[in-house]
Structures are given as structure tokens and as C-alpha cells.
Design a protein around this ligand. Structure first.
Ligand code: HEM
Length: 381
């Protein structure tokens, strides 16, 4: 039941000794996510460590780290092409990819849910949606992992991680810039080509903006859903009655996924900085303070959710903050939901009597993302 979160919530806004603020209650986090006095642009904050993320190597931050009006314009450029129709049209292909992943493991009785299923499915789909060759995955896999780790302030003081992250940013940007140049010369299927060759759009993104935005989509598109699929399977294996129900009633998949997003959200924490002195729950946060919003704690807030520590996909109060909220609400939420639902239904259907091999699996490094690094499962045929 995460006693540390309960302890944190006793002080909705907690000043750390070093000038940082931690917010952990549902109402306060939700208010902050909808309040323009709080910025996602960490270069506006007084902490050098937090500024670092957006300053390195002249990297233009993806729009997740920008404020309006620039954020809104770039987000709109993506959203106008990344439509619900496009996402739902992926469903048959998605099922095929899940089946392929499971078929390659047909003759074994053991799976690593993370490496064998949860990673390959979203990476294949986002590559196909964007028009990035899936065969290049061996190139960008490590850079992308490194970017996620380097973006985590808990790792910011580690010079080795910092150096590796700089290298990874450079490599993935060069890769994407080359790909975009190739698509410029020769249009192809996919979102990148659609954005580059859009004749109806009066103002297209600059080359740099397109590189940054596509890196953001590629990284966010596969480094996050893997964790939702893994957390979902881990939770279902801990509460096998729900795995059994899902096997019999696949239409429960949507509710199961929403409840996992509340109960075990892959993204545990978001960052903001204040553009002015702002008082929240009686505490004045000074201008420029780095603020950590612990959405995983908000998702278990008893002031907002009844029986918050109970995994119950049938609950009515499911308005979790697992995809954030306000203007930065996750662009990929519909895709991530669909990918996870389809994968879970297929896993529930195919794995006979699945059992966790390690009840305490190894977890990923870093404080922002929480999910197992491996999840070995044994099953009958
Ligand atoms: C934003 C979570 C999947 C693309 C966000 C935010 C969260 C989040 C919490 C808000 C960030 C903030 O407010 O600072 C997740 C989770 C996912 C997931 C838990 C999977 C389970 C995806 C996928 C894509 C994606 C599949 C792309 C295809 C983005 C983008 C933003 C974003 C572009 C920035 C939106 C903006 O700033 O306006 N995501 N995400 N995400 N997500 Fe996701």
C-alpha cells in the first residue's frame, strides 16, 4: 500500500530542504496541472540540475517541456495527424504483432513478459505509425533507454549517466535528422512523411522542430507502453481472479487497464516550475522552484478514491492521473490503451495457468518510471 506515499500526503505540499517542493495529493496536483502559473519548461527554474535537461547540446526540448503558445502549436501539428481513426485502424495489425511475439515463443513454457511481449509490441507499432524502419530498432533502443534514464532527476548527479545521455541525445537526433532528409527526398507511408509533405498546412514545422518532435514520439511511443503492459500483467498475476475474469470477459480489458493506470502508474512523477510565487494548500511556492508532482501518490489519495489500495477494475471513480492532465495530457493515451488492452486479452487467452517465477522481479532504474525490468512467467501449454 505504499506507506511512503501515505506519509507524504499528510503534507499536500512539502518543502524539501534544498528548495524543491513535493506535491502528493490529488486535488493539489490536478489544480497545478491546470494552472498556467506552473510551467513545464524547466529552463525557467532556478535549479541548475533541472535546467540541464533542456539545455544540453542545444537540444530543442520536445513540446512536453514547452509552454504555450509554442507547445500548443507543436502539439496541434501532431494531433491533426495522429487521429483516433489512425489509431483504431491499427487494431488488426496490433493483434497480428502480439500473436507474432507469442508465436516465436510457442515451444517454451516460460516468457519474459517485458522483453518477449511488452517491448516488441509498442516499438513495432510506433515505428509503423511514424514510418521509422523497425529494422533500425537495434540502433535506437539503447539511446532511447538512456534518454528516459537521463531525464530522471534522481540520476542527474551521476556524471557517467549524464555523459551517456548526452551521447544518446546526439545519436538519436542524428539518426532522426538523416531519416527525415531521406523522407524529404522520397515520401513514404507514415506520420513523419505526412507532416513533411502536408500541402494543406500553411506553416510546417522547421527541420529542428520536426527532428525533436519525432524523437519525442519515438521515445514516448515505445518506452512507456512497455511499462503499462508489464505493470498490468504483474498486477493481474498478483490478483489472478482478475486474469481469469479477463480470459472469460475480454470486454473488461478497458477497465482493467484504467485501474492499472491508477493503481500502478508507469509514470510516477511529473515536474513543473512556478512562474510566480503561488500559494497551494497554505504553502507558498516561490517563483522558479522545481516541483515534483507525485501522481502515483495522488492515485491512491483516500480523499479522492474510495478504498484506494484495493485493485478494483469495477470501481466507478477511475479518474486517475496516470496520463497527466491539462494541456500536456498524454498525446499517446488512446494508442497506449489500445496496445495494452489487445496485448492483455491475448495473454490472458493464451497463457494456461501462468505463474510468476519471481514474486519480487527486478525493477527499472530511476524515480520517474516504475515498472519491472523483467517479469518471468511460467505457464502450461
Ligand atoms: C505526455 C504518460 C504513452 C506521447 C504524457 C504525460 C504523461 C504520459 C503522464 C504528461 C507529461 C506532463 O504533463 O509533463 C504516458 C503513459 C503511457 C504513454 C503512462 C503509456 C502507458 C505514450 C505514447 C505516446 C506518448 C504511446 C506516443 C505515441 C506523449 C507526448 C506527450 C505525453 C507527445 C506530451 C504531451 C504534451 O506535452 O502536450 N504521457 N504516456 N505517450 N505523451 Fe505519453
Amino acid at each position: 500500500p505504499y506507506p511512503l506515499f501515505a506519509q507524504l500526503r499528510e503534507h499536500p505540499v512539502l518543502a524539501q530542504g534544498d528548495g524543491r517542493y513535493v506535491v502528493s495529493t490529488y486535488k493539489e496536483i490536478n489544480d497545478i496541472l491546470h494552472d498556467p502559473r506552473f510551467s513545464s519548461d524547466m529552463s525557467k527554474c532556478y535549479s541548475k540540475e533541472d535546467q540541464r535537461v533542456v539545455e544540453e547540446e542545444g537540444q530543442i526540448p520536445g513540446f512536453v517541456f514547452l509552454d504555450p503558445p509554442k507547445h500548443d502549436w507543436l502539439r496541434h501539428q501532431v494531433m491533426s495527424k495522429f487521429t483516433p481513426d489512425l489509431i483504431y485502424s491499427q487494431k488488426p495489425r496490433l493483434l497480428e504483432v502480439v500473436k507474432e511475439a507469442l508465436d516465436t515463443r510457442r515451444n517454451v513454457q516460460q516468457l519474459d513478459i517485458v522483453d518477449d511481449v511488452a517491448y516488441p509490441v509498442p516499438v513495432t507499432i510506433i515505428c509503423e505509425i511514424l514510418g521509422v524502419p523497425r529494422s533500425d530498432e537495434y540502433l535506437f533502443h539503447e539511446w532511447s533507454d538512456q534518454l528516459i534514464l537521463g531525464n530522471d532527476t534522481s540520476q542527474a548527479r551521476n556524471p557517467e549517466i549524464r555523459m551517456q545521455t548526452l551521447k544518446a541525445i546526439k545519436s538519436i537526433r542524428t539518426y532522426m535528422a538523416d531519416l527525415i532528409n531521406a523522407i524529404k527526398r522520397q515520401p513514404r507511408e507514415g506520420l513523419l512523411s505526412a507532416m513533411l509533405h502536408d500541402t494543406t498546412n500553411e506553416k510546417l514545422m522547421s527541420n529542428d522542430e520536426l527532428v525533436t518532435t519525432s524523437v519525442l514520439l519515438l521515445v514516448a511511443g515505445h518506452e512507456t507502453t512497455v511499462n503499462l503492459i508489464s505493470n498490468s500483467m504483474f498486477t493481474l498475476l498478483r490478483f489472478p481472479e482478475w486474469l481469469e475474469r479477463l480470459r472469460k470477459e475480454p470486454e473488461l480489458a478497458a477497465q482493467v487497464v484504467e485501474e492499472v493506470l491508477r493503481y500502478e502508474p508507469p509514470v510516477q512523477m511529473l515536474r513543473r516550475t512556478s512562474l510566480a510565487d503561488v500559494t497551494i494548500a497554505g504553502v507558498t511556492i516561490p517563483k522558479g522552484a522545481p516541483i515534483h508532482l507525485i501522481i502515483a501518490a495522488a492515485n491512491r489519495d483516500p480523499e479522492h478514491f474510495s478504498e484506494p489500495d484495493r485493485f478494483n477494475p469495477e470501481r466507478k471513480d477511475i479518474d486517475h492521473l496516470g496520463f497527466g492532465g491539462g494541456i500536456h495530457y498524454c498525446v499517446g493515451a488512446p494508442l497506449a490503451r489500445l496496445e495494452t488492452q489487445v496485448t492483455l486479452v491475448e495473454l490472458a487467452r493464451r497463457l494456461e495457468n501462468p505463474q510468476l517465477i519471481d514474486a519480487a522481479p527486478p525493477y527499472r532504474l530511476g524515480a520517474s518510471i516504475r515498472a519491472p525490468r523483467h517479469l518471468f512467467v511460467h505457464y502450461d501449454h
